[in-house]
Design a binder for this molecule. Sequence first.
Ligand code: SF4
Ligand code: SF4
Length: 98
Amino acid sequence: MAKEKKFVFKKVDDLPPMAMSLGTMRVNKTASWRNLRPIIDYEKCIDCMICWKFCPEPAIYLREPDERVAIDYDYCKGCLICVEECPVNAISTEEEGK
Ligand code: SF4
Ligand code: SF4
């Protein structure tokens, strides 16, 4: 059986339009769902914003003052879509509570 090829988006402009409804999700803090915590390695991150685009919660934002992506752990539910979609593997995971 042929191996499935994963399509990797290189920058946020490559993405098709996606549905977002962050206004309603803001009321649900989903941190308690999380078993694994995503951690961004800023040495590897190329600021492409792909993780922000794919995150289904309002959990990824631009931090001040350097305007780099950061994770709001009150809203991150640990789905790890960001880990899967990061084109340069800049997001690793850590067991929650460690
Ligand atoms: S693990 Fe899921 S909810 Fe948390 S930042 Fe990544 S994509 Fe968003
Ligand atoms: S963590 Fe990965 S997906 Fe997110 S901005 Fe950085 S390089 Fe892009």
